[in-house]
Design a protein around this ligand. Structure first.
Ligand code: NOJ
Length: 576
């Protein structure tokens, strides 16, 4: 593709906002749309082009807004549809785009469609959700299959009133919509998509995009013998009608020139991923693969120990996402290390020890900025926020995923204290809660998240370390993580051919301490090298580039030493 034909979303840097935890303008302890509007200049100042707002729709908040009661309304504590219209206009007036979360695999059980659907078997909307009769085993009522939900337990919920089960791949309060029904699909497009496209949004991050077509829903193989419920992600993801559904959805999106980035779990098959993102297939513009953020996770979420990964694991995962765009691919890829479902990347991939966290944050920023694809930053990542500490009690974990897991371990082990301590250690490392704490804006009360005179406590405990890590301080500190993000995004923009679009080649996959790769674009080349250890290391020039002239473009450490990388230092060189 010629440079002039590049769509805006390829070079754009996206900043993800979690409304509940970004900024509380009215002192009720919950972030809101006016809070977001008040910080748009800050977001712009980082070098961001696109703002992504996590679900701000009307919702009972069982899964933090991923359970939508009304697509056409806003969760009252966040604001109103008029506030959204203002947010859209204010974002555009600063030259940025805005995208929303599109959650259309399921609704809330309080959505009027589901209330109708569950009211009677002959209700016209009965078939808008997935209802099945029970199966009886030795006279005992059992769900239609053995699938485990993403949040533990069966995916089926018994409905006393109509004597059938309904499917929910997530919480029971998140019933799955029946995409097989054409009328349902049209209603989804109209209510969830067109309502907001008409109001000017520029695209969507599409939640669990590959789960709409469930296939035959046969029993999953037993991979967890201790449980009645089994992992079925490979069955309900990427089902037989996905292509057709996405093509249909695209007819709506195309009218508005809207971009899409689809969340694509359980898809290790790169051929399948490429089908989703290939330009000529017209399915999705890009996807979030799970390869990188799953590094160090166990076979079952949280069944692992902290830092249970090696650098070659991480490199291989990154390579898979980078190779998606290797010639002759006509696809596109994404770069991200954090989002609202992931713990903080400094803690996971470098070190959150006080003496290393700044270096770790800057090195990861440099690494990300050197990778090809659309770059996504999650709120707080730009100042180097880290996980909250082990000393925090289980009651500080508010996420349904974390608390269900902890409860499940308790139930399965008869409350074994050692197993519960192990589960808490895993959560301290990997829980989604770490991304969901209030943003640390300053050292003011509530870390500046809520107004100083606010009496309501923030909905989650603010971090204890705001004195050493907050936006206000970093804005005036040239050596801060924030200052480095600003700088590295400028470097990325100035060298976008190489850094955003270039071909990625890992130059030493097996090195467990140094990550070194090259980027190539039409005869231009760059070398990126990152020291993933907490010690200085000799800078070994990889043999593939030995003899070439290396001009230092940027380092994540000031006053770096020739021939040596400091602990957690990253560098980009231009080669000639
Ligand atoms: C993925 C979202 O990112 C996550 O937060 C949510 O819990 C599930 N999908 C269900 O919508």
């Amino acid at each position: 593709m010629s440079v002039t034909q590049r769509p805006w979303w390829k070079d754009g840097v996206v900043y993800q906002i979690y409304p509940a935890s970004f900024k509380d303008s009215n002192g009720d302890g919950i972030g809101d749309l006016n809070g977001i509007i008040s910080e748009l200049d800050y977001i712009r100042s980082i070098g961001v082009d696109v703002v992504w707002i996590c679900p701000m729709y009307d919702s009972p908040q069982v899964d933090m807004g991923y359970d939508i009661r009304d697509y056409e309304d806003v969760y009252a504590p966040y604001g109103t549809v008029q506030d959204m219209e203002r947010l859209i206009a204010e974002t555009h007036s600063r030259g940025m785009k805005i995208i929303l979360d599109l959650v259309i695999n399921h609704t809330s059980d309080q959505h009027k469609w589901f209330l109708e659907s569950r009211s009677a078997k002959d209700n016209p909307k009965r078939d808008w959700y997935i209802w099945r009769p029970a199966r009886y085993v030795n006279g005992e009522r059992k769900p239609p299959n053995n699938w485990v939900s993403n949040f533990t337990g069966s995916v089926w919920e018994w409905d006393e009133h109509t004597q059938e089960y309904y499917l929910h791949l997530f919480c029971p309060e998140q019933p799955d919509l029946n995409w097989e029904n054409a009328e349902t699909r049209q209603a989804i497009y109209k209510s969830a998509m067109e309502f907001w496209l008409e109001r000017g949004v520029d695209g969507f991050r599409v939640d669990t995009v590959n789960m709409y077509s469930k296939g035959e829903m046969l029993d999953a193989p037993v991979t967890d013998p201790g449980s009645e419920w089994q992992f079925a992600g490979f069955q309900y993801c990427n089902g037989p009608r996905m292509k057709e559904f996405l093509a249909e959805m695209n007819q709506v999106l195309e009218k508005y020139d809207a971009m899409t980035v689809g969340e694509c779990p359980n898809t290790p098959d790169m051929k399948r991923v490429l089908e989703y993102v290939s330009a000529k297939e017209k399915q999705l513009d890009m996807v979030f693969q799970f390869d990188v953020v799953d590094v160090g996770q166990g076979p079952y979420k949280f069944q692992t120990t902290p830092k249970n990964w090696t650098l070659p694991h991480l490199k291989r995962a990154i390579a898979r996402t980078q190779h998606l765009i290797r010639t002759p691919s006509d696809g596109w890829t994404t770069v991200f290390l954090e989002n609202h479902d992931q713990a903080r990347s400094i803690t996971r991939f470098t070190s959150d020890a006080p003496e290393h966290r700044v270096a770790g944050g800057k090195m990861l920023a440099l690494l990300m900025a050197a990778l090809s694809g659309t770059l996504f930053i999650y709120q707080g990542q730009e100042i180097g926020l880290v996980n909250f500490p082990e000393t925090w009690d289980m009651s500080e974990y508010k996420d349904v995923d974390s608390s269900n897991y902890y409860k499940m371990v308790g139930a399965r082990t008869g409350g074994d204290e050692e197993k519960l301590a192990e589960a808490k250690r895993a959560l301290q490392h990997l829980a989604r809660d770490h991304a969901r704490v209030p943003m640390s804006w300053s050292t003011a009360p509530h870390n500046g998240f809520s107004p100083p005179d606010s009496t309501a406590m923030p909905w989650m405990r603010p971090l204890d370390d705001a004195a050493t890590c907050n936006v206000a301080q970093q804005q005036s500190d040239k050596s801060s993580v924030l200052a480095f993000w600003k700088r590295i995004l400028q470097v990325r923009k100035a060298h976008n051919d190489l850094l955003v679009h270039g071909q990625y080649d890992d130059l030493d996959v097996e090195d467990p301490e140094i990550f070194v790769f090259s980027k190539t674009w039409m005869g231009k080349r760059a070398l990126c090298v990152c020291n993933f250890t907490d010690r200085a290391k000799t800078l070994e020039v990889p043999e593939q580039v030995r003899g070439e002239k290396m001009e230092l473009l940027v380092s994540s450490v000031e006053g770096g030493v020739d021939g040596e990388l400091a602990a957690y230092e990253g560098r980009i060189y231009l080669l000639a």
